[in-house]
Design a protein around this ligand. Sequence first.
Ligand code: NAP
Length: 285
Amino acid sequence: MTAQLIDGTALSRQLLAEVATRAAALTARGFTPGLAVILVGNDPASEVYVGKKVKACEERGLRSVLERYPAELSEADLLARIAALNADASIHGILVQMPLPRHIDPHKVIEAISTSKDVDGYSVLSAGELMTGLPGFRPCTPYGCMKLIESTGIDLKGKHAVVIGRSNTVGKPMALLLLQANATVTVCHSGTPDLGLYTRQADVVVAAVGRRNTLTADMVKPGAIVIDVGMNRKEDGKLAGDVDFAGVREVASHITPVPGGVGPMTVTMLMVNTVESAERAAGRP
Ligand code: NAP
């Protein structure tokens, strides 16, 4: 069997077209969705990520406010700026690009963002909302993975999903989202002694590790859905996931490529969350 590709670029395009329609409807009512992006310092990778987010806003009719600060910005000044954005009715999402300079506590910063504007879904309150099934904002990468799985048309009810990785931003929220969709969920991590023992039983595998070839063909049940979150650089500088794509695609029923799978979905879901936030603030028509 050669797996069907789950095309994250195409799905992103479709979701972003819906975002643009929703943003235009909000703008017509006087509520243009606004995303504030804060960048402290000049980390080159952060510059690229921030640039992508601002561009995505501009292309879909959202307003982006990019605030750049020098690396010397004090924690108190950053917290004061976040407080001002929390109170600004024209801003519906606040995002502080990580990593921050060492003298600023990222936890304090994330917790300072109002839950109603936490479109990254990283705060403890947002995590609690996800945990308890309340309608908060879901972290963008796992939320995007759920959309990719949904796009296969396969119902997760009764399926066994294995998540490899347990980070607060990907693995753990991924497991909770799969649980919410009625999958039976196993979470593996660096302390899991025989990863293949679990993945071979899985109808869905989500790999979020950051290590190439973590999942190989012999570890995959025939017909499984495989979602590859990993972003690793190969020796030639090209991007590779955590999955041995060439081998696993011969066993799986559906698989995401890297690049072109999960990658484009992360910024897309940020746009979805921001429009959702603006709709909540405006009240549904
Ligand atoms: P992370 O915080 O480093 O977490 C990695 C997880 O993998 C940890 O839970 C770790 O276990 C586990 N792990 C490490 N080695 C393992 C092994 N041999 N077997 C099983 N589990 C193992 O990374 P992350 O932020 O979750 O990101 C994971 C990957 O996804 C990275 O490549 C990152 O670049 C990528 N990513 C991509 C996107 C995107 O938009 N496409 C977004 C976010 C992240 P322990 O907890 O035991 O240490």
